[in-house]
Write a protein that binds this ligand. Sequence first.
Ligand code: 4AD
Length: 442
Amino acid sequence: MQTIHQILDKADSLISKEVVVHGWVRAYRSGGSGKLHFIKVYDGSTIKDIQCVFEGTMDKLDYQSSVIITGTLVTSPAKGQTHEVKATSVKLLCGCDPTTFPLPQTELELQTLRHHPDLRMRLPTSQAIMRIRHRITQTIHNFFDEQDFTLVQTPLITQSDCEGAGEAFSVVTSADKDFFGEGVKAYLTVSGQLQGEAAARGLGRIYTFGTTFRAEKSKTSRHLAEFLMIEPEMAFYDMDMTIDLAIRMVKACIQACLVKCMDEIVVLEKKCPGLVKKLEDTVAKDFMIITYTEAIEILQKSGATFEVAPVWGIDMSSEHERFLTENIFDRCTVVKCYPKDIKAFYMHENDDGKTVASFDLLIPGVGELIGGSQREVRYDVLKAKMDAKGLDYKWYQDLRRYGNVPTSGYGLGFDRLVRYITGIEHIRDVVPFPVAYQSLAM
Ligand code: 4AD
């Protein structure tokens, strides 16, 4: 069985040969006094439809009906496609009653489609987004594979709250209070980093690619309660080497989409004019790299008014982050060396005693895409910080006692990267089945 992608890809060698198309009706019209039937079929293997032309008598086909069409591949005499199928048989598998099917055959707002996660993957915009998600996923695996990284699966149910921000969902069973042992508390992971640090001491370079959960009560266009995070962790890397890796990875993902998903990007460009140029510029331009202290000074000198005044020590808001990337630098920007008091316990404390070796990679239109750091590997410093916060993951501290090495890593919010590459404004529109605050659709 061939997909439409395979048929179109090998079209020249399939001319005059029999092909069988399995898919759904994107559009149907009849002409030639009702004797010619033009059926545009999609099957999800490519963003392109294939036109099938049947001559004879047949019933009208409703939009989104499923069909199997057999015929001969020919060069198309009409505009709009290079090849088409001269159909000899059109088999209707299942109709799709337009009086009850919830999606009309018109251009629909993404916000409307958000209420139909069960149906929206039948439409070109969602199909383009999903195919780009797939391309980014493949690129990330290749990117790390080529550099001797090992993919490590870290647990979804864990005892540790890595970020220590109190945003973890608890895991309980309805019947058994002590499922994991008497009094043992269990959470859905907010990050695989702590386990990643253990794996990197032994495997050298690892990455995770997994579902992550945050109970953030946030309905913004960049927050989900369940999202994908990619977390590389590298032995013998410092912060600057890690920033370099992060930038190369983001550029590799965009470049792969420009090369392999141009048809999808062209579909999305209709919703986001200038998308191709934005992506090409992102690959071509150097990312800006500044310190947190410089970022605050730049925001102060800008003369702009912000909801929260930019003073040293604040946790920059998305308003500040977007101002830097969109109004000041007009490019992706890395901000490094944040104040230690606003960052997590595991980050390496710099010699100035005030900042940590951490960084955020910020992107225009979205804000923070990546958060990363060089880890605190001095046992005594780490233990003191964890004691002060009442954290006692002894195994994590002990990593610093046995064959200890410096490690660094970062977490990339996959769904935010998809937002940037597709140009889609709301994170819930780029996730197959979004789970977000006060929104559990399925
Ligand atoms: O900056 P974060 O919290 O970093 C960590 O979790 C580190 N442990 C990563 C590491 O060093 N291994 O999260 C990393 C990224 C953010 O930059 C953001 O892109 C994404 O995860 N993210 C979210 N994406 C969607 N919805 C949310 N609620 C998110 N919270 C974080």
